[in-house]
Design a protein around this ligand. Structure first.
Ligand code: SF4
Length: 244
């Protein structure tokens, strides 16, 4: 499966073949391959949700020097900061905070207060998409925690694919896993996780745009609950659709 030489050599057809071969592999095997191929040029995006902390644990066992970053939107829950610090202590690393170019005060001065309640697409574009694009510009590959059964928009996620939004290779090692698989891994390995998960928050984003879900609701129903929006634009072709 040794098909990629450099980022400029990437052939989408070869990536498709590789991803098909990965369907029979474990997430750890996918990570092992990706980290070996993109050593020094690969990073993990971590929002400190269940999938991401499982990936932190897996990666730490393969290569603890792989950098981990998170998008610090200035709207994170205190519980998210708390698990970030527990993860840092447990694995002896410091997740990199990637910040927007503008403070909340500057954003309010330009667009009015509480932009998230009126134009969440624009707020996500400023506080998530632009910072992510800027940060990923320094890498050839990134790892995400997306799973196919999280949302219809993620149903076709490949194990590895070329990310046309951010122009680098994207690994989704947990694409084939279920939520139960993730939680079995967390419990088996005693991985620190966000306390909000025990309070009916299966999916955790910014505090103003995340509420707990009710019994029977979709796991992502608590995200932007007052809007049709269900993605922040990190895993969609935002260049076509605007930040979502
Ligand atoms: S999730 Fe909400 S608060 Fe966070 S960047 Fe998007 S709109 Fe803004």
């Amino acid at each position: 499966m040794d098909v990629i030489q450099t980022i400029t050599d990437i052939d989408p057809t070869e990536l498709e073949s590789l991803s098909k071969a990965f369907e029979q592999k474990t997430p750890q095997e996918v990570l092992q391959w990706g980290i070996g191929k993109f050593r020094g040029e690969i990073t993990l995006a971590c929002s400190f949700g269940a999938e991401d902390v499982a990936l932190v644990d897996m990666i730490a066992r393969i290569d603890s020097t792989v950098p981990v970053f998170y998008l610090d939107t200035d709207y994170l829950f205190p519980e998210t900061a708390e698990v970030r610090d527990r993860i840092a202590a447990r694995y002896g690393m410091q997740p990199v905070a990637v910040k927007p170019l503008v403070t909340l005060e500057e954003q309010s001065a330009e667009h009015g207060t509480d932009l998230f309640g009126r134009q969440p697409d624009l707020c996500c574009k400023i506080r998530k998409v632009e910072p992510l694009r800027r940060h990923l510009g320094g890498f050839d590959a990134w790892v995400t925690g997306i799973r196919r059964d999280q949302a219809p928009s993620r149903a076709n996620a490949a194990l590895v694919e070329f990310d046309k939004i951010f122009n680098l290779v994207k690994f989704n090692p947990l694409a084939t896993w279920t939520s139960d698989d993730v939680w079995a891994y967390i419990r088996a390995n005693d991985v620190p996780y966000n306390a909000l998960h025990d309070r009916n928050y299966p999916s955790i984003g910014c505090a103003p745009c995340t509420r707990p879900v009710k019994p029977g609701e979709d796991p992502r129903a608590g995200r932007w609950a007052n809007f049709a929006k269900k993605e922040c634009g990190l895993h969609l072709e935002t260049d076509k659709a605007g930040a979502r």
